[in-house]
Design a protein around this ligand. Structure first.
Ligand code: ATP
Length: 227
């Protein structure tokens, strides 16, 4: 990433893949321009936020014309490094790990899980989808050989920090932590925590308590969960 891209606020950066996927869809269906109102409806982000997000990349839109789809797409592709494949490793081939391996993010053409690791002898040596499952004993060796910078962690919570302590000593840059455990890492490693149980619980809470139409509307009578 360049220093320019680092200035994009985190909330904006989070929405980029959302924009990117919709723009790709528009491009594939032959559309050449899109207004912020159309984008807003499709990605469920209010159009003022979209305009503000896009303003971080310079004045990309023309008044009364909208945004040029191809231009935006190539811009986002560069920003998201879509042209460059990032290899991903997965540790813990249980139920969730297996599901992620089978899914393997085929909708993104820039990320691919290339190796999985487990301690269970029944799993080691098998392939899930196209991904080989290695013994955890081979972790450092395979990460180095495959040049893997990102790890998806789907081990039991009790094993998470132990595995992380080993990862810290490798060249990995980030961990997508699907375990409920909070991980301790040095500042050179990024951790993104996704606790699906907590996400679902807070979503259900949100639906129960904020279903009165007064909160978080996107201006078109739709609720905006993306903010
Ligand atoms: P399953 O039904 O396959 O056990 P699960 O998701 O309920 O799935 P968990 O107990 O969460 O199982 O474990 C997930 C996976 O992590 C299992 O395949 C287990 O063998 C593996 N695992 C456990 N400890 C470690 C570890 N220290 N390093 C790598 N993998 C581990």
């Amino acid at each position: 990433m360049t220093s320019d891209q680092l200035k994009i606020p985190k909330a904006t950066a989070k929405r980029l893949p959302l924009y990117y996927r919709f723009l790709q869809y528009l491009y594939n269906s032959g559309k050449q321009k899109v207004s912020s109102a159309e984008l807003s409806q499709a990605v469920k982000v209010d159009s003022a936020t979209i305009r503000r997000d896009f303003s971080y990349f310079g004045a990309l839109g023309k008044k009364g014309y909208g945004y040029n789809v191809q231009y935006l797409l190539s811009f986002f592709r560069k920003t998201l490094d879509q042209d460059e494949l990032t290899k991903v490793g997965l540790i813990g081939v249980g139920n969730l790990g297996t599901a992620l391996l089978q899914y393997n993010f085929t909708k993104n053409n820039n990320t691919k899980i290339v190796a999985a690791f487990d301690i269970s002898p029944e799993k080691i040596g098998k392939k899930i989808g196209e991904v080989p499952v290695y013994s955890l004993d081979q972790l450092e060796e395979v990460l180095e050989k495959e040049q893997i910078p990102v790890i998806i962690l789907t081990v039991p919570a009790s094993a998470a920090q132990g595995v992380t302590d080993r990862l810290i000593r490798t060249n990995i840059k980030g961990i997508l932590n699907f375990t409920p455990a909070r991980l301790t890492v040095p500042p050179n490693i990024n951790v993104h925590h996704i606790d699906l149980a907590v996400e679902l619980q807070s979503f259900v809470y949100f639906i129960k308590h904020y279903s009165d139409h007064s909160e978080k509307m996107d201006g078109k009578g739709k609720k905006d969960y993306n903010r």
